[in-house]
Design a protein around this ligand. Structure first.
Ligand code: ZN
Length: 365
């Protein structure tokens, strides 16, 4: 199938090159590309979508013109459907436009699932931040490592049932099924450096919270931010505590990253995210994301002021409903704990450990 570009009117630009923003959050493209199609989201930046077999049913990937070919930003999950789509792209629209390098924004399967496969097939370098590369490698080299102590006790102590604990302990094996083996060397990309892709400079920004050191690319000359999952228009990225860092504060890290973006990015920047549609209105979206987490924190504080709660008991407080599905529960648990740990670090909650497990209670005044 021939690529179509674009399928919807692109962003309106002023003579100075700035995008015109007509609403608080503007969507310059009404429709997303179908598999095997792309939209030129910005000059020389092609936006494609790959399907995902989850409730979140797609991931955005981007091809940035790089000499005769394209640098690829993210790859899709490793499954038969994604490989077929890639194969069709290589035999069709990309036949004479080779990939030049693969950048994985972060270690989650929907983003780097096929990075190893693509790098090996075409002899390409993998670009990634150090933490994301090592996090992926750690799981791939020892996918069963989580299924042991002290991780099992950690989940139990926070009130998780046996079946939900098993779900979380086996996540490494699930990861292995969705991610092809990574190259044993990588090209580390570092916050503050500038990658030159196709003659244009892309400043590297990294941010934690959703994953430890997610890579974003800012092209100042085009007023574009490829921000992966850090800020998306319709969904909030999962912010989860991992068992390897049980007292970690990913929410605090995430909020500081959003603040950095607010301080440094122009309001009219075109954001090319990892999921949902590209948008203009980053500051507005950051305000919404911050308010979303503040509301969750308030709900937790109110509940814990009345009675101590385990993290599992906080899940319906945070999400406003009981969560039965074990897969969803694994994300919900990590997210509830992220808010709890954030409030503990701010001395607004404290942890009491009893024979029955860990409970969050209001910090004494
Ligand atoms: Zn994602």
């Amino acid at each position: 199938m021939a690529p179509v570009a674009p399928v919807a009117p692109g962003p309106v630009r002023t003579t100075t090159g700035n995008y015109v923003k007509r609403a608080a959050i503007e969507f310059p493209f009404a429709l997303a590309p179908k598999p095997l199609e792309w939209i030129e989201a910005a000059p020389g930046i092609l936006w494609l979508r790959l399907p995902l077999p989850f409730r979140l049913d797609h991931v955005n990937i981007y091809l940035i013109e790089d000499g005769d070919g394209f640098a690829l930003i993210d790859t899709g999950i490793d499954n038969a459907v994604s490989r077929e789509i890639w194969q069709a792209l290589f035999e069709g629209p990309l036949r004479n436009r080779p990939l030049t390098r693969v950048l994985g924004t972060h270690c989650h399967p929907d983003h780097i699932g096929l990075a190893g496969w693509l790098c090996e097939r075409f002899g390409l370098p993998l670009l990634a931040s150090q933490t994301e590369y090592l996090d992926a490698l750690r799981i791939l080299l020892d996918p069963g490592a989580l299924n042991s102590e002290p991780y099992r006790s950690f989940y139990h102590s926070h009130g998780l049932s046996e079946s939900n604990t098993e779900q979380l302990l086996s996540r490494g094996l699930g990861y292995l099924r969705m991610v092809s083996p990574l190259p044993r060397t990588f090209r580390r990309v570092i916050a503050g450096e500038t990658l030159v892709i196709g003659g244009r400079g892309f400043d590297v920004i990294t941010g934690g919270g959703h994953s430890a050191e997610q890579v974003m690319l800012h092209c100042e000359s085009e007023n574009i931010l490829l921000c992966a999952d850090q800020a998306m228009a319709k969904i909030t990225p999962n912010i989860s505590v991992e068992a390897i860092d049980p007292d970690g504060d990913p929410l605090g890290i995430y909020l500081r990253s959003l603040e950095q973006l607010r301080q440094t990015m122009p309001e009219d920047i075109l954001v090319l995210p990892g999921h949902n549609l590209p948008f203009i209105g980053l500051t507005t979206r950051i305000d919404e994301l911050v308010a979303h987490h503040a509301a969750r924190c308030r709900a937790i504080l109110e509940a814990c002021a009345k009675a101590p709660h385990s993290v599992v008991e906080l899940v319906p407080v945070v999400f406003g409903r009981a969560i039965e599905d074990p897969h969803q529960m694994s994300f919900a648990f990590g997210e509830a704990l992220a808010h709890a740990n954030y409030l503990v670090r701010r001395n607004e909650l404290r942890v009491s450990k009893t024979a029955a497990g860990s409970f969050l209670e209001a910090a004494s005044p």
